[in-house]
Design a protein around this ligand. Structure first.
Ligand SMILES: Nc1nc2c(ncn2[C@@H]2O[C@H](COP(=O)(O)OP(=O)(O)OP(=O)(O)O)[C@@H](O)[C@H]2O)c(=O)[nH]1
Length: 418
């Protein structure tokens, strides 16, 4: 359910621009031209339905940032828009517990606002660990991170941080001091790097202003970035955002490289990687099935390529329903692969045959038309540590299934037709 964003802005033009950005972020703008109008609109809605408020610093009925106080008092994270970047205004705005402030100067600032809106939603499922012995330094960082909706873990020692990281897979960033009670920050970082690469977990070292070489020491020990302890509000948030966005970009690239674009199933590359990494030693009993649609070219020739795509997606969905407990991949074209660990060949054969019959019976809707497709399956259970061997045997069996008339499962040892 998309959340609301309260936009308080007296200029029609700015209200329009900001509302468009809010909609683009998949959120619902609730616009008001004044504090009075905003209070009236807010009174009719549930406070929890608001992700945040975007509030102009100067409004005719709230010239001194009273609208910001209104949002903060209502427990809505406030992003402030200002006409100037002048130091006094900045200090006055940052004295309040605001998420951030955006000068209404140029398109880049609105682009930053867009990223911020996206982040506020995404941060709710993003973990950040703060490791520092200094309570005041920790409190300052925690307060900024909470305002940005991060799931924050407050750790006074490196060992506590390690246990938190082992428990929570959603952590993307660790911010650490150097003087920790149980080890130095650099020892902690190089320990973390044994378990998490720079692309999996970002680390920012907090470098004391009295030790200028500390920043280089952090980076050489495996940190992605560093911050001098005299950091300002803006620098802290920019570095946090940049480092987390870096991790997320790598994740997105990795996901795209491992996923078949059409069906969303893992691709051939990912299949090999997962089987070899997940099963360092392949189980003695296992089975691999290669599934190929029959006469698929005819679907393309009769109904068109887009219709063929719809059929491939429907088959992928059916495969996921039947094999939701194991690895299913699209190998390319109209060929799919299923790996079944710890299963005897009879059970594997039964499962594959159940899928074959279900596909045969399930009509696939293409516009007004409804088509049925069948598949041939090569199912192999050779006890081997080499997945390529398994695959090559399954391929030979698939060839036999095709030659024997299609719409059947051919199995390894018994080479039994069903
Ligand atoms: N729509 C669509 N068609 C694809 C895609 N990838 C491959 N194809 C088509 O799949 C068809 C495969 O044809 P063939 O290899 O002759 O196999 P077949 O017609 O299924 O015949 P058999 O496998 O012998 O039963 C070709 O026409 C390819 O163009 C795709 O992503 N989308």
């Amino acid at each position: 359910m998309p959340q609301n964003v309260l936009v308080i802005e007296n200029s029609d033009k700015n209200l329009d621009v900001v509302s468009k950005l809010v909609r683009k972020a998949g959120l619902i703008p609730v616009g008001a031209h004044s504090l009075t109008e905003a209070s009236a609109r807010f009174a009719l809605m549930m406070p929890e339905s608001f992700l945040c408020a975007i509030v102009a610093h100067n409004l005719p009925d709230a010239p001194n940032g009273e609208a910001i106080d209104f949002a903060i008092d209502a427990f809505i994270p406030a992003i402030v828009t200002t006409d100037t970047l002048e130091a006094k205004t900045r200090d006055r705005v940052l004295e309040k517990d605001v998420v951030d402030y955006i000068p209404k100067e140029n398109a880049q600032n609105y682009d930053y606002l867009s990223r911020l809106l996206f982040r506020l939603e995404k941060n709710k499922s993003t973990g950040v660990v703060v490791v520092s012995t200094h309570r005041s330094s920790r409190r300052k960082m925690l307060s900024l991170l909470y305002r940005h909706n991060f799931v924050v873990y407050d750790c006074p020692t490196a060992s506590e941080a390690m246990s938190i990281l082992a428990e929570h897979a959603h952590i993307r960033l660790v911010i650490t001091d150097n003087a920790l009670p149980d080890m130095t920050g650099t020892q902690f970082i190089s320990g973390l790097r044994k378990a998490f690469s720079k692309e999996q977990l970002a680390i920012i070292g907090l470098a004391s202003d009295q030790r200028p070489l500390m920043s280089a020491h952090f980076i050489k020990s495996g940190a992605n970035d560093f911050l001098h302890l005299s950091y300002c509000h803006e620098e802290f948030l920019c570095r946090v955002m940049q480092n987390i966005e870096y991790i997320e970009s790598v994740e997105a690239i990795r996901r795209a490289a491992n996923t078949d674009y059409l069906t969303g199933l893992p691709n051939r590359r990912h299949f090999f990687y997962t089987v070899t990494v997940q099963y360092k030693k392949l189980p003695e009993q296992h089975a691999l099935a290669l599934i190929d649609l029959d006469h698929f070219k005819r679907i393309n020739d009769t109904y068109g390529h887009d219709a063929g795509d719809l059929v491939l997606k429907a088959v992928a969905n059916l495969l996921q329903v039947h094999f939701n407990d194991t690895l299913v991949a699209r190998f390319g074209g109209e060929e799919f692969c299923v790996y079944l660990p710890k299963i005897d060949i009879h059970n594997a054969q039964e499962r594959l045959n159940r899928f074959r019959l279900a596909l045969q019976k399930t009509p696939i809707q293409i516009g007004e038309e409804s088509v049925k497709v069948t598949c041939s399956i090569g199912l192999c259970n050779t006890p081997t540590q080499n997945i390529e061997t398994l695959l090559s045997s399954a391929d030979k069996l698939l060839y036999k299934a095709k030659n024997a008339g299609r719409n059947q499962v051919h199995v390894t040892s018994e080479t039994q037709e069903v």
